[in-house]
Design a protein around this ligand. Structure first.
Ligand code: SF4
Length: 66
């Protein structure tokens, strides 16, 4: 069974590199205005992919919602 989780971006930590959007373009959207990444409303990922994107963020800005 798929274990789906939600993710969150700490906007104070995001440095706008865009790695998250590259890895999961349907979950993350990098704003053209402030170059901060935000999670698309209602987006979920299975836990393995979520952990991969958490680890891929160069500034530890992404976390799994409890
Ligand atoms: S990978 Fe991390 S620092 Fe880069 S845009 Fe995504 S949340 Fe921000």
């Amino acid at each position: 069974m798929n274990d789906l989780v939600q993710l969150t971006v700490d906007e104070d930590r995001c440095i706008g590199v865009g790695q998250c959007e590259l890895l999961e373009p349907e979950v993350f959207c990098l704003s053209d205005e402030d170059t901060i990444s935000r999670v698309v409303d209602g987006a979920v990922l299975d836990r393995a992919r979520a952990l991969a994107v958490v680890e891929g963020c160069p500034n530890m800005a992404i976390s799994v919602k409890a």
